[in-house]
Ligand binder design. Structure first.
Ligand code: TRP
Ligand code: SF4
Length: 405
């Protein structure tokens, strides 16, 4: 992890408001967020501007989608006491940083982000030949950098966007982190650490720069992190000075790859709204039961007496997620010997899914009944986010000579 990013071990992730979430989101993303919030300072936000890049022709669905999605986060256990939850457009600092970053971002970098052409191809019915859509990944970079987030939990498809973010941050630091009196300022900052720490820092710095000693680099970073009486600017200088560059104003984030969700859809493909194979987290139990009861099974098992092969059956994928070894053995034996019927086989899955959804749905109902509570959670999260965003933006403005007084 990059030095300064580690210092600010902060997690940030966003989701476009696509309405109510399904089991795939729960197993793929939300459970992960819930764990992260105990370990890191987390910022989770609704990317409503990102939704506009593709849904600008019908934005009226966005507000309800935002609300439904946040209720699902809360019901899944994302805790506003631990993580900051907010709506992107309520922190307009993201937009200013996006604008400022756009000044130094070569067009080619955006044009060659794979999702740019992919999505244009995929969403042929939409005109995505817009300035906003081209800027999608850069807006995402602003989302991340404005909190100096070190870790960004994302799926495989978003890794290229985090990579772009790293490149933009590097370029930013390269252009704006160079002060004409940098070396002198850095040397002065070294002195401020006190004799002993200063001596260590110098020794580590030489070991790293002259011998490429990685351990010395790590040790020096840890040393800087433990220094109480350094200003933010001095700390940034010393992180940069250590590695031989200028100030590191915007640290480079790392993607935190969310393990591909093993959650299968009702047809055996990955669960996704675009495949129409989902189980919604707030679907009525009867709807869930019916969906599972009627889901396809091994197509070779036409009659009850035909033996089947679990490996060719979508229901088996559910057993892999939800059943213990005992039940799985029962399925494997019963299916291959035609000892059990498919409805019988599905029953334990139905029971477990309903059991998983029940407490979730109860919590969701509580939040649904308290729209003011949800609103105030988002307000408070937004205010905390703004405080932090404004700090970064001030540094960025100053670095770009935009501080007038
Ligand atoms: N583009 C992301 C997605 O479609 C959503 C997003 C917007 C995001 N800004 C972000 C994710 C910042 C992580 C960090 O899933
Ligand atoms: Fe699928 Fe179970 Fe039927 Fe076998 S018995 S085909 S695993 S549903």
């Amino acid at each position: 992890m990059n030095s300064v990013a580690q210092q600010h071990a902060r997690v940030l992730s966003g989701m476009r408001p696509t309405g109510r979430l399904h089991l795939g989101h729960y197993h793929g993303v939300l459970k992960n967020w819930v764990e992260l919030q105990h370990e890191y300072q987390c910022f989770f936000f609704v990317a409503d501007w990102h939704a506009l890049t593709t849904h600008y022709d019908d934005p009226s669905i966005i507000p309800d989608s935002v609300n439904d999605m946040v209720i699902d986060w809360l019901a899944a256990g994302v805790n506003p006491g631990e993580a900051k939850l907010f709506i992107q457009s309520q922190v307009p600092e993201h937009a200013e940083l996006h604008l400022l970053l756009s000044m130094i971002t070569p067009l080619g970098w955006l044009e060659r982000v794979p999702s740019y052409k992919d999505q244009q191809e995929k969403l042929k019915e939409k005109d995505l030949n817009t300035y906003g859509f081209l800027g999608y990944p850069l807006l995402q970079s602003a989302d991340i950098l404005i909190y100096k987030a070190g870790l960004v939990p994302v799926g495989e498809d978003q890794v290229a966007h985090v990579e772009l973010t790293r490149e933009v941050a590097r370029r930013f630091n390269h252009i704006f982190g160079r002060e004409k009196d940098f070396e002198q300022l850095a040397e002065e900052a070294v002195k401020k650490m006190g004799k002993k720490a200063a001596k260590l820092y110098k020794r580590y710095r030489i070991a790293y720069q002259e011998q490429g000693d990685q351990e010395a680099l790590e040790a020096a970073r840890a040393l800087l992190e433990s220094q109480q009486n350094l200003t933010v600017n001095d700390r940034e200088r010393l992180f940069g000075y250590l590695e031989g560059g200028g100030r590191i104003i915007l640290p480079e984030p790392q993607p935190l790859l969310t393990k591909a969700s093993r959650m299968p859809g009702l047809d055996g493909q990955k669960m996704s709204k675009s495949y129409n194979n989902t189980i919604g987290l707030r679907d009525h139990p009867e709807v869930v039961e019916k969906a599972l009861r009627t889901m396809p099974t091994d197509t070779h098992r036409v009659r009850r007496n035909d033996p089947g092969d679990p490996e060719k059956c979508p229901v088996w994928e559910f057993h892999k997620v939800y059943s213990d070894d005992g039940v799985r053995d029962w399925v494997r034996d019963g299916c291959t010997s035609a000892g059990i019927g498919c409805i019988e086989c599905k029953q334990p899955v139905i029971d477990t899914v309903l059991m998983e959804l029940k407490p979730f749905q109860e919590r969701a109902a509580e939040y649904e009944a308290q729209p003011d509570l949800v609103r105030s959670i988002l307000m408070e999260g937004g205010e905390a986010a703004r405080d932090m965003a404004q700090q970064t933006l001030n540094e960025v403005r100053t670095a770009m000579s935009l501080q007038y007084r």
